[in-house]
Design a protein around this ligand. Structure first.
Ligand SMILES: C[S@@+](CC[C@H](N)C(=O)[O-])C[C@H]1O[C@@H](n2cnc3c(N)ncnc32)[C@H](O)[C@@H]1O
Length: 278
C-alpha cells in the first residue's frame, strides 16, 4: 500500500470515529450509551441549556400553559407533575399564567439541571417543588396528579415504555396528559415512536382521546385523558404525595430531611431546595 493510501485510510478512520462520537454524544445525547451517559451530559451542559434552547416565554405560554388551562377549565388549581423538567420550563410557564392557582412538582435525574430550575423558581417554593428522581420510578402514589407532562425528553430515556407507564400510573382518572413525540427521527433510529404506535401504547395504558398535533420542527404535542372520572386532586403540598421509592409509604419532612416512617429511606433537601431522592 502506498503512503498516500495509508494516510487516506487513517484520515477516513479518524473522520468515522469523530462522526460516530458526534452522533453518540451530541446528536443523540448519549441515549445509545445508557442512562448514566445521558444524565452526565445534561449535568455537563446544564449551564448552557437555556442559551442553546432559547425558549420563548410567550411561546411557552401560548403552546403549553394556555392550552393546559383551557383543557382543564374551569379547574384552576391542579396538581401538575412535570417529568424531566430540566431547567423548569413547564413550571415557569404555568406559574406565569394569570389563572393558574395550582402547584407544580418537577422531577428530573440531572441534579445540575434541577439547580438551574431552582434558581429560576426562587421565591415560588410555596407553588413549586423539585425532586431529583428517575422518571422510570416516580416516587408518587397512583392517581396523584390532575395533569402530567413530559416535554422533549422521552426520546432520551433509555426505557421510554416504562416511563410512559409511570406517567399513566400517577395520573388520576380523567386527568390530562401532555407529552411530546420526536418527529425528526432521522438520526435517532429506534428511539422514537411512530404516531400509530404511540397511540396504541397510550391506549393500552388506559389513556383515551389521544390527539397528536404538529408543534415544532422536531416535535409533535400529544394530548390524552386518562380513562375514568375522579375528583381533582388539587394543589396538594409535596408532603401529601411524596412516597418512599422502596415501600411506597408517604415520606415525612423534618429539619430539611424527608424520611420514610419505616426508616427504609431518607432524602435530604439540598441548599437550593431540591429534594434529593437519588
Ligand atoms: C431536552 S431536556 C427537556 C427538559 C424540559 N422538559 C424542557 O422542555 O426544557 C431532557 C431532560 O430529560 C432529563 N432526563 C433524561 N433521562 C431521564 C430519566 N431517566 N429520568 C429523569 N429525567 C431524565 C434530562 O436530565 C433533561 O433535563
Amino acid at each position: 500500500m502506498s503512503d498516500f493510501a495509508g494516510w487516506l485510510l487513517m484520515g477516513l478512520a479518524a473522520a468515522a470515529i469523530i462522526a460516530l462520537g458526534w452522533w453518540l454524544l451530541i446528536e443523540s445525547e448519549g441515549v445509545y450509551l445508557g442512562r448514566r451517559v445521558v444524565i452526565w451530559l445534561y449535568d455537563l451542559y446544564a449551564d448552557r441549556y437555556d442559551d442553546i434552547k432559547r425558549f420563548r416565554p410567550d411561546y411557552d405560554y401560548m403552546f403549553l400553559a394556555q392550552p393546559i388551562m383551557e383543557r382543564i377549565a374551569p379547574h384552576r388549581s391542579p396538581l401538575v407533575l412535570d417529568v424531566a423538567t430540566g431547567t423548569g420550563r413547564l413550571p415557569l410557564a404555568m406559574l406565569d399564567h394569570a389563572l393558574f392557582q395550582g402547584r407544580v412538582i418537577g422531577v428530573d435525574m440531572s441534579r445540575r439541571m434541577l439547580s438551574k430550575a431552582a434558581a429560576k423558581l426562587e421565591g415560588q417554593e410555596h407553588r413549586v417543588a423539585l425532586v431529583w428522581s428517575p422518571a422510570e420510578q416516580l416516587p408518587f402514589p397512583d392517581a396523584s396528579f390532575d395533569v402530567v407532562t413530559c416535554l422533549e425528553a422521552l426520546e432520551f430515556m433509555t426505557a421510554p415504555e416504562r416511563v410512559l407507564g409511570e406517567l399513566a400510573r400517577v395520573l388520576r382518572p380523567g386527568g390530562l396528559l401532555l407529552i411530546t413525540n420526536r418527529i425528526n427521527t432521522r438520526l435517532m433510529p429506534g428511539k422514537t415512536f411512530a404516531a400509530e404506535t404511540l397511540v396504541a401504547r397510550l391506549e393500552a395504558l388506559g389513556l383515551r382521546n389521544v390527539e397528536i398535533e404538529y408543534w415544532q420542527v422536531d416535535y409533535d404535542r400529544v394530548w390524552a385523558c386518562k380513562e375514568g372520572v375522579s375528583q381533582p386532586t388539587g394543589a396538594r403540598p409535596l408532603a401529601e404525595v411524596l412516597s418512599c421509592p422502596r415501600c411506597g409509604q408517604l415520606m415525612v419532612e423534618n429539619d430539611a430531611v424527608w424520611r420514610c416512617p419505616t426508616g427504609h429511606f431518607t432524602a435530604p433537601v439540598g441548599r437550593d431546595g431540591v429534594v434529593e431522592m437519588l
